[in-house]
Design a protein around this ligand. Structure first.
Ligand code: HAM
Length: 420
C-alpha cells in the first residue's frame, strides 16, 4: 500500500517552503508597520467556541471537524476570529491592553469542503483582528493592511468589494422583509434555503445552489432597509477609502458566509484570468457582538483573513518568484579516512556564522566536487591526510576557480576577509 496525504491536504516540500517563508516574512513586516502583534491560539477549541447559538453558516453546520474525547466535544478551528476573541476575553485583555487591541495570526484552519484548486480541507490563513474601537476609519485602515500585503506579493489584479450589513435594527428589518418576500416562493428554493428562511434569510443571498434563481436575484436590497446611522457609518468608511486612494465597488449583495458580521463587510477578489472559481483572496468585516458573547464587555471589532494558499497561487500567476536558495557558503571535502576532521571543520565554519555542508561519504574527489557544485558552494575546502598532518587546508573559490593552501587555523579569518 502507498500512503498518501488525506484528501484536501498537501505537503509543502523543501522546494516550495521558500515562497511560504517569504510570504510569512512579508506579513510580519507589514503587521509591524501597522503595529499589530502576533497571537497564537490552539488548533482546537471547545466546539461551543465555533458553534454559537443558532448559527446558520455552512462552515459551522456542515464543515467542522468535531471529535469527542470522553464527554468533551472539540473542534479543529475552521477560522481564527472566534479563538482570538475567546482569548481576548479569557485573559481580560480588554482591561490590560491599549485600545484598539491589534492582533494577527497565521496558521492552519480546517473545513470539510469539497477540495479543488485554492480550496483545501486543511488550509492556511493569515488574519487580523482590531478590537475595542468602533470607527469607520479603522475599517478602512484594516482593508488597507490587507491590500498592502497582497500588493507586496506582486498581485495587482484585484477588486475590492464592500458592503454594509447595517446595525442590528437595520438587519432585523431586512431579515423580516426577506422572510416575507421568500415565503411565497419557498418551493423554488433548495432544501438548505428552506431552512435558511427561518434561521437566517440573509444566507439565501449567499447560496451557491440558488445563485441564479430569479427569485433570489429579485430579492429586496439591503440598502433599502438601512437606518440613517448605518448609512452614515458606511459613507464614512467609503470616504476613508477614497482618502487613501483605494478603489472599491459597493456590492449590496455581499453578505459573507459567516454569521457574526455587522456594518462593514468586504472581500478582495482576484481579477486575474488564472484565478478560477476560488478568486476571493481575503474577506472580513466588523462584528459588534463577539466580545460580549464570550463573556467580555460590549465591544466592537473588525478583521479579515487571507487564504495564504490562494495568495501564493495568484502571486505565481502574476509572475512573482520567491527568492531561490542561494547555495552553501562552504562545502567541505575530505580525501581518505578523514571524515571526523571534515565534520569538525564544518562545525567551526558554522559556529563562525557561515553556512557549511560536510561531505561525510568518503567518495572520490570527482564525485565530491560534483556534490559541491550541486550545493552551489561559494568555496570548497579540501582536506586530505597530508593537509591534516601539516595543519593546512586547500580552499577553492568556485567563481574565480583559483585554489590556495592556507593554515587551517587561518580558515575562519580568511572566510571573513573574503566577505562571503
Ligand atoms: P472566510 O471568508 O471564511 O473568513 O475566510 C477567509 C479567507 O480564507 C477566504 O477568503 C479564503 O481566501 C480563505 N479560505 C477559506 N476557506 C478556505 C479553504 N477551504 N481553502 C483555502 N482557503 C480558504 C474568515 O475566516 C473570517 N474569520 C475572517 C474574519 C476575520 N472576519 C473578521 N475577522
Amino acid at each position: 500500500m502507498s500512503y498518501q496525504t488525506p484528501r484536501g491536504t498537501y505537503d509543502i516540500l523543501p522546494d516550495e517552503s521558500g515562497k511560504w517563508q517569504e510570504l510569512e516574512q512579508i506579513i510580519r513586516d507589514q503587521c509591524r508597520l501597522y503595529r499589530y502583534k502576533e497571537i497564537r491560539t490552539p488548533y482546537f477549541e471547545d466546539t461551543s467556541v465555533f458553534a454559537r447559538k443558532n448559527d446558520s453558516s455552512d462552515m459551522v453546520n456542515k464543515e467542522m471537524y468535531t471529535f469527542t474525547m470522553g464527554t468533551d466535544s472539540y473542534t479543529l478551528r475552521p477560522e481564527g476570529t472566534a479563538g482570538v476573541i475567546r482569548a481576548f476575553d479569557q485573559h481580560k485583555l480588554y482591561g490590560s491592553m491599549e485600545m484598539p487591541a491589534r492582533f494577527y495570526y497565521m496558521g492552519a484552519m480546517f473545513r470539510h469542503e469539497r477540495p479543488q484548486k485554492g480550496r483545501q480541507r486543511q488550509f492556511t490563513q493569515f488574519g487580523v483582528e482590531n478590537i475595542g474601537v468602533k470607527s469607520p476609519e479603522i475599517d478602512a485602515e484594516t482593508i488597507a493592511l490587507g491590500i498592502d500585503i497582497v500588493k507586496a506579493m506582486g498581485i495587482s489584479s484585484i477588486k475590492v468589494s464592500i458592503n454594509t450589513l447595517g446595525d442590528d435594527e437595520s438587519r432585523q428589518a431586512y431579515r423580516d422583509a426577506l422572510k416575507a418576500y421568500f415565503e411565497p416562493h419557498i418551493d423554488t428554493l433548495c432544501a438548505d434555503c428552506r431552512r435558511r428562511i427561518v434561521q437566517n434569510p440573509l444566507r439565501i443571498l449567499d447560496c451557491k445552489v440558488d445563485h441564479d434563481n430569479p427569485v433570489v436575484k429579485d430579492a429586496p436590497r439591503l440598502s433599502d432597509y438601512l437606518n440613517e446611522e448605518s448609512k452614515a457609518y458606511f459613507e464614512r468608511v467609503l470616504a476613508a477609502l477614497d482618502a487613501m486612494g483605494i478603489a472599491y465597488e459597493v456590492d449590496d449583495r455581499l453578505v459573507r458566509g459567516l454569521d457574526y458580521y455587522t456594518h462593514t463587510v468586504f472581500e478582495v477578489i482576484s481579477t486575474h484570468p488564472e484565478s478560477g472559481s476560488q478568486a476571493t483572496i481575503f474577506g472580513g468585516g466588523r462584528y459588534d457582538h463577539l466580545v460580549d458573547y464570550f463573556g467580555g464587555p460590549q465591544m466592537s471589532g473588525i478583521g479579515f483573513a487571507i487564504g495564504m494558499e490562494r495568495l501564493l497561487i495568484l502571486a505565481g500567476a502574476e509572475g512573482h518568484r520567491a527568492p531561490e536558495d542561494d547555495g552553501t557558503d562552504v562545502y567541505v571535502i575530505g580525501l581518505g579516512d578523514v571524515s571526523a576532521e571534515v565534520l569538525k571543520t564544518a562545525e567551526e565554519i558554522r559556529h563562525a556564522g557561515f553556512t557549511a555542508e560536510a561531505n561525510l561519504m568518503q567518495r572520490s574527489l570527482k564525485s565530491q566536487f560534483k556534490s559541491a557544485d550541486r550545493s552551489r558552494a561559494s568555496y570548497i575546502v579540501i582536506m586530505g591526510e597530508d593537509e591534516i598532518r601539516n595543519g593546512t587546508v586547500n580552499v577553492k573559490n568556485t567563481k574565480t576557480k583559483s585554489q590556495e593552501t592556507i593554515a587551517r587555523n587561518q580558515l575562519i579569518d580568511k572566510l571573513k576577509e573574503w566577505n562571503i
